[in-house]
Design a binder for this molecule. Structure first.
Ligand SMILES: [Fe+2]
Length: 261
């Protein structure tokens, strides 16, 4: 297997068949995942059973709290876009942060890709934390952000009045690497506890801008058969549209996590 660094974040792995992966290869994948936060594995041929099997490297496959899975595999969501004007995931976020224990990793596998468009952007939240203004870091060190699933409920036709909220630290420590990362997402954060609404929104604007600084980003151009796995504890991602009415089909699966601290 060959490993190539992709930019400020991410590695690409080629020369590997995930259907017949051995123990050493599994260790290498996990090591690179922890070090570089995004792992791109090209040229795979994975059915839903294979995808679930490989996901056990990261943890237990989760059932999404809002979106329904495919027949026989409730843990796998099919993301299929055809003729939509924009992508519902075209915003910076880490997955499902409105849960008490958000998923550690997300696996996204491409079945059909458009001729152009449909890139996914990944941004390192380690770098976003490291390079944040020192005074701002100090003032937010023990602060928590309030995350909500209201937006997701609206998108899925649910009742936003039934939305729940959960609090997570603004800077989370990665439980496996020990490194700190920025952990506020424009998609799911409502406010910062301990500030009034105006102050809260002003600080969040600064943090969101920092979170997607172009120097922290790897842009993934999908090929059919790509498996991309990202670490939700240290990255945010953005799903671009730009493929008009072409078909794009992906299988998505998340794995179990723990309470951010
Ligand atoms: Fe996402």
């Amino acid at each position: 297997m060959d490993i190539k660094k992709l930019g400020p974040i991410g590695v690409e792995i080629t020369g590997l068949n995930l259907k017949t992966i051995n123990k050493d290869e599994a260790i290498q994948i996990k090591k690179n995942f922890l070090e570089f936060s995004v792992v791109v594995i090209r040229n795979q041929n994975l059915d839903p059973v294979d995808l679930k099997k490989i996901s056990s490297l990261w943890g237990e496959a989760l059932i999404h709290p809002v979106f329904k899975g495919i027949d026989g595999h409730p843990e796998i969501i099919e993301i299929r876009n055809y003729g939509e004007k924009y992508h519902t995931n075209a915003h910076w976020h880490s997955d499902v942060t409105f849960e008490e224990e958000p998923p550690d990793a997300t696996l996204l596998y491409s079945l059909e890709v458009p001729k152009e468009g449909g890139d996914t952007l990944f941004s390192s939240q380690y770098l976003a934390y490291e390079e944040l203004d020192a005074d701002l870091k100090t003032s937010l060190v023990d602060k928590k952000a309030v995350h909500t699933n209201a937006g997701v409920l609206m998108l899925s036709g649910g009742d936003p009045k039934k939305a729940k909220t959960v609090e997570h630290p603004i800077f989370r420590e990665h439980p496996e690497t020990g490194k700190k990362a920025l952990y506020v997402t424009e998609a799911f954060v409502q406010s910062i506890k301990g500030f009034n609404s105006k102050e809260s929104q002003e600080i969040l604007r600064v943090l969101y801008k920092r979170a997607c600084n172009e120097q922290y980003i790897y842009r993934h151009k999908w090929l059919r058969g790509d498996l991309v796995v990202w670490d939700n504890r240290s990255t945010q991602h953005f799903a671009e549209h730009g493929y008009g009415d072409q078909t794009r089909t992906m299988h998505r699966l998340t794995t179990s996590g723990s309470k951010p601290f």
